[in-house]
Design a protein around this ligand. Structure first.
Ligand SMILES: [Zn+2]
Ligand SMILES: [Zn+2]
Length: 226
């Protein structure tokens, strides 16, 4: 394989730090997030306290961190990572997620996780693609944060494809869909996904992990559909 040219993925100008993948100018120009609820990650009127929806019916997870809404260029890069096997994107995307988390960690006083898990693919879909794109993000993150990354969270069956179902059907479709090959009791978990849309998958997994004794669950994603 040829070495990756050290060019910004966005403006194609040479980079000072090749592994960053994006220049500081393009990094500053990424779409800004509106004010988001710290709990559910949806638009809200305060960064500090949970929104009205969360006060009535909070999600199972404790905090959500995302890089941007579902727009270009992130949406485009996620698509490339998923379908075109552009795995060289992984370090840049993982770094964007790290920067977003560090910002949230400082400003929202989040717990530092000691275990990273990624939303599993059904083994057959993972096999077809050859890799789980979310695991590609989790590996460098675990290294930088000095914490454990495990692929011990499994999806037992595929069920119907989530995007073809209504919100209620999605929840029913996921019940009992997950299993664990790792002990999570007392652990602070960051659950990583590329895109969060309705949140029904991460909701079901968070519920499951907390029922297995996890101390807390944060959801980290590249894009949150707002
Ligand atoms: Zn650039
Ligand atoms: Zn909320």
């Amino acid at each position: 394989m040829l070495p990756m040219p050290a060019l910004c993925w966005l403006c194609a100008l040479p980079l000072r730090f090749a592994h960053h993948g994006i220049c500081s100018c393009c990094l500053r120009g990424l779409p800004k997030l509106p004010m988001l609820c710290p709990r559910c990650g949806l638009p809200a009127s305060s960064l500090r306290s949970p929104c009205g929806r969360c006060l009535r019916e909070p999600p199972a997870w404790q905090a959500l961190v995302c890089v941007t809404g579902y727009h270009a260029p992130l949406s485009h890069w996620i698509h490339q990572l998923k379908f075109s096997r552009v795995t060289a994107l992984k370090v840049m995307l993982a770094r964007l997620l790290l920067l977003s988390w560090l910002y949230a960690y400082r400003t929202r006083l989040l717990t530092r996780p000691d275990l990273l898990l990624c939303v599993p693919l059904h083994h057959r879909r993972g096999w077809q693609r050859g890799y789980n794109q979310t695991a590609l993000l989790a590996q460098p993150l675990a290294r930088w944060l000095g914490c454990e990354f495990s692929q011990g969270l499994r999806r037992h069956y595929q069920g119907a494809l989530q995007h073809q179902l209504s919100a209620k059907q999605r929840r029913t479709n996921l019940r009992g869909a997950f299993g664990l090959e790792i002990a999570v009791r007392g652990r602070h978990i960051a659950l990583i996904d590329d895109v969060i849309t309705t949140g029904s998958t991460v909701e079901e997994i968070s519920r499951f992990l907390l029922a297995q004794g996890a101390a807390s669950v944060q959801v980290w994603c590249l894009c949150r559909t707002l």
